[in-house]
Design a protein. Structure first.
Length: 490
């Protein structure tokens, strides 16, 4: 294949995975990233000697990363250090604390203690979802270039595993009688930006994958992975231009011809990969008359919730596991308030990441960090976050102190940063502050996700808005699909 000049917009994991593979193939690759740091939503946030992951803080299905590095003739262990977490996380649900383990024997003992009689149901859940994973895995790797691709043989074979018509809570009700246990196997859907009462039942493979493959922490944070990916891109001769915001994408004859940077510089290329936020790019970087999708169509799509995020540096350590989730009293009402009523929920769901439990590199000696994420409505709501910010912060601190029995957390805070849905949209260019991208109902899965735009021949879309889904392993799969289709096309 003749060498091509590739332009990638965005240095998130999807764009970096594309760049790794294409530089390995000998193409000239330039990545343009508006921020001063690598990683997009997986970037490193540093403040007053403390380090935080801006976005994702946990890694699942490390086999996908291993395969990517192997494809580029690298050993991932030469770049990052993975720590398997045990327990996977601590779940505070009503009157119990559930600590599942990657060791199924320990998890069954925990279930037997908290939910007597349900341990055999766990075995059945894991067996059935192992089979479901076998059928669904090829679909995650399918390009779905058109609706007709749905009717391929391997797609049809997977149909029974898709459990069409069932939502995740329906699937879990087949296995677990205790509603608290169902919540423990469905809370991950909030990281798809959805409620388990609306998430397709096929996504039961996500809690299965966490229990089967484990949950991992990367020493130094998830940001170390994207930095390792950028090292490989540069080792291969690729160039990453940081602090270079793309102001406009220029098109002619159904092709992108160039991009215009904020500085006014025009950069030409042969092929373009979009790793910036999909909806933001479609609505802001193309001239209105040449945008591949109309603003009206964009507004009709379904978007995930947003998040109120706090990054706190403490002058002490705490008796916490790496991941702690505090559940609201009524999770269904909570998600309805966020997704449909578009109001600040009356009772909060709080995900706390505490790296110091296994990683001493992200804070000064005898100190620690907390990354706190609270799901809230995206900016389709009329919430004034500048006004609500102080009260929300106070509620979060108080809830953590009460639920986790931590005395006077406030007095130990040395530094903090807060990011509201307004900030996600204004500072990070995330459409409506929907940090988990397009939501994942059936009408926005597979060929119905924006994997390409028919009106532009030389562009592919990668990242959380593309097929197969949001979350790091799926984003890397989207990159694999995009590279494969690029190679087939050219």
């Amino acid at each position: 294949m003749p060498e091509k000049k590739i332009i990638i917009i965005g240095a998130g994991p999807g764009g970096l995975a594309v760049a790794m593979q294409l530089t390995e193939q000998g193409h000239t690759v330039h990545i343009y990233e508006k921020a001063a740091e690598i990683g997009g939503r997986t970037a490193l946030l540093k403040q007053d000697g403390f380090s935080f992951d801006l976005g994702p803080t946990a890694l699942n299905m490390p086999n996908v990363i291993t395969a990517l590095f192997t494809e580029c003739h690298r050993n991932v262990q030469d770049y990052i250090k993975l720590v398997s977490l045990d327990p996977l996380y601590s779940l505070y649900i009503d009157d119990i604390i559930f600590n599942p383990s990657p060791d199924p024997i320990k998890t069954k003992q925990e279930i037997s203690h908290l939910f007597p009689g349900e341990e055999e149901h766990y075995d059945r859940f894991m067996r059935d979802n192992a089979k479901k994973m076998i059928y669904l895995l090829p679909l995650w790797q399918e390009s779905f270039t058109s609706l007709w691709s749905v009717f391929q043989l391997r797609t049809l074979r997977a149909l029974p595993s898709l459990t069409l018509g069932n939502h995740l809570v329906d699937e879990l009700a087949k296995y677990f009688e205790d509603k608290r246990l169902r919540l423990a196997f469905s809370f991950e859907t909030k990281f798809l930006g959805m409620s388990p009462w609306e998430t397709p039942g096929a996504f039961s493979v996500i809690p299965f994958a966490e229990h089967y493959f484990g949950v991992f922490h990367i020493i130094g944070g998830i940001n170390r992975l994207t930095n390792a990916m950028s090292e490989i891109v540069r080792e291969n001769g690729g160039e990453i231009h940081l602090g270079q915001r793309v102001q406009q994408i220029n098109t002619a004859s159904k092709e992108i011809t160039s991009i215009t940077l904020e500085s006014g510089e025009i950069v030409e290329g042969d092929y373009f990969f979009l790793n910036a936020d999909y909806a933001y790019t479609m609505s802001h970087l193309f001239s209105e008359s040449k945008a591949p999708i109309s603003l009206k169509k964009l507004s009709k799509k379904k978007y995930s919730c947003s998040g109120f995020a706090m990054y706190i540096g403490l002058n002490t350590t705490l008796p916490l596991n790496v991941h702690t989730v505090i559940f609201p009293e009524d999770f269904r009402v909570h998600m309805d308030e966020i997704m449909h009523q578009l109001i600040i929920p009356k009772d909060l769901s709080i995900h706390i990441t505490y790296p110091a439990a296994v990683d001493k590199t992200m804070a000064p000696p005898d100190m620690s960090t907390l990354r706190i994420l609270v799901p809230v409505p995206n900016n389709m709501s009329s919430i004034d976050w500048e006004q609500e910010r102080p009260a929300m912060r106070a509620r979060i601190i108080k809830t953590i102190e009460e639920k986790l029995n931590i005395e006077n957390l406030e007095s130990h805070i040395l530094t903090e940063k807060i990011i509201t849905p307004f900030d996600w949209e204004d500072d990070y260019h995330i459409f409506k502050g929907a940090i988990f991208n397009l939501s994942h109902q059936w009408s926005q899965l597979g060929p119905l996700r924006p994997n390409k735009t028919p009106s532009i021949k030389n562009m592919k879309i990668v990242g959380g808005s593309a097929h197969p889904a949001n979350s790091l392993p799926f984003i890397l799969e989207s990159a694999n699909i995009a590279v494969r289709k690029f190679n087939e096309q050219k």
